[in-house]
Design a binder for this molecule. Sequence first.
Ligand code: PLP
Length: 385
Amino acid sequence: MSNPAESSTTESSWDPKTLIVAGGRPAHGLDAPVNYPVNFTSTYHSQGIAAAGEKVYARFSNPTWDPFEEVLGTLERSELPALVFSSGMAAIAAALSLVPAGGVMVLPAHSYNGTLGLAQELETAGRFTLRPVDIANTAQVLDALDGADVLWLESPTNPMLEVADLPVLLSAAGEKDVLRVVDNTFATPLLQRPLELGADLVVHSVTKYLSGHSDIIMGALVTRDEALRARLHGYRTLHGAISSPMDVFLALRGVRTLSVRLERSQNNSQVLAERLAQHPKINVVRYPGLPQDPGHARATELMDGYGSVIAFEVGDSAAHADAVLAAFTLITGATSLGGVETLAERRARHASEPATVPENLIRLSVGIEDVEDLWADLSRALEQI
Ligand code: PLP
């Protein structure tokens, strides 16, 4: 079997909907398989001083990573392959290693709570200082950039769904030589491509939409900068933050259907968000696709879709939200998002969630089921309070 990096079919001119299906496949030819095999090996035949590009050991490289890394890199509009990691958090840890000792990092006050938790742990250990900001407030973020080393963005944010003005923030940070990192997990490269807007590094939890079936944990980083990629590759190798080849195979299989999954889950989200916004037991619905949402105008201008996560506040207490969650029969009460099945969770149940996330807020990761079945489950569960 030829090396994916040398013989793969990926064309950067393809539309993303084609790229996810046709990219990262063996070259066409009689008897050629349509998928690369999974390489289960811990090491490779090698002797003497390793030549450049030699595989050597499976913590350094595995051909099973190559097609996925190539497809994700191309989707994010980089000429360099992505780097897969053992989880989104492992990718985040690698990205946080770029903050210089004693440096300053600006980050969204409502980032994913794992990002916040690790960044706060590193701040407590004296590694760097954090400047949390409301990323929807452009003036506040611009002010915070003075003297900063890294701007960390997540847009839309998890779970408050705030939308950042990425072009303005990324270009201002670039002028001040601030390293720009964007967690693109919620939007996926089909809805937003931060590298094109100036980001230095894109972070993904592949666990979510990219793999799409709630069956693996995996992360990835993408950059256009060769030296930065080499440094992050070195970090991955030395920290052993690598993905199992079977997981990467599943991620590539999952990404093949990303556009059809997203199309359905976004359509479902729009219908459910509109109905929830009319419901007497719901106080606030956050979804950038709703005209009344604070992020609507920005998301309409900057994104190619509004995503498939809705956050809504039920009744007036955590007990109300918990009662609704307990009454679901189709929707699964579970953490995580981005899978084909609809998941719901009261985010404030996690002690690590920022205190500004309302106690009665349910995050709904909308899947690809029939929308009327989802609405029937939601509206029936809401009768319980
Ligand atoms: N980034 C975002 C926006 C997330 O929602 C998550 C997980 O929920 C992560 C990163 C972490 O990814 P993982 O769970 O794959 O480590």
